[in-house]
Unconditional design. Sequence first.
Length: 198
Amino acid sequence: MAKATWAATSPASGSGNGTVSVSGSAHTGRSQRQTDLTFKASGVADVVRSVMQEAKPEFVSIENVSVAKGGGNVTVTGKSNSSKLNFSLGTGAIVASFPSNYNAGGASTANNADITGDPGATAEYNFSVTLAAATNETIEARTQTLSVTANGGQSAQATMSQAAGDPTLSVSPESITLTAAGTAVAVTITSNTNWTVE
């Protein structure tokens, strides 16, 4: 059986006594992997030795993201080698909602459900989740935290940042008529910023 492509030997051949360096490419999966090396020489039986490579500890990471002041869909990305991920919103003022599924290693997966094919067992994978963010109707920039937790309890947080919304001012009614006596009339102001009457 041929050795796995992740394992390398140097030199691959020689004569007489010698030393062979055995190395491997970085392993990002959370499960240990194994291959065999077969040493051959003319006139003697093959010698097979197992090579084991340790797994990378289970992990999750996530990237910060910006949201347009007008809101809309925003995609948050990250990496993991977990068998399932759990997304949740933390503290903040951005109004956002999760879709029913996210993408992990090319598979559409429900939040906090096992990922089809468990790609993280053999290698880390990219994931993405697209949230729908509401328009920022304030004149203040705002933020929202997003947490993702791996099956093993490891967690990471990202910050969504949203630019300040546009200032607004409306006055009702459109026309103000006072009686001859000058009795006060109520005028309704709708605004998201400071205003004055001159």
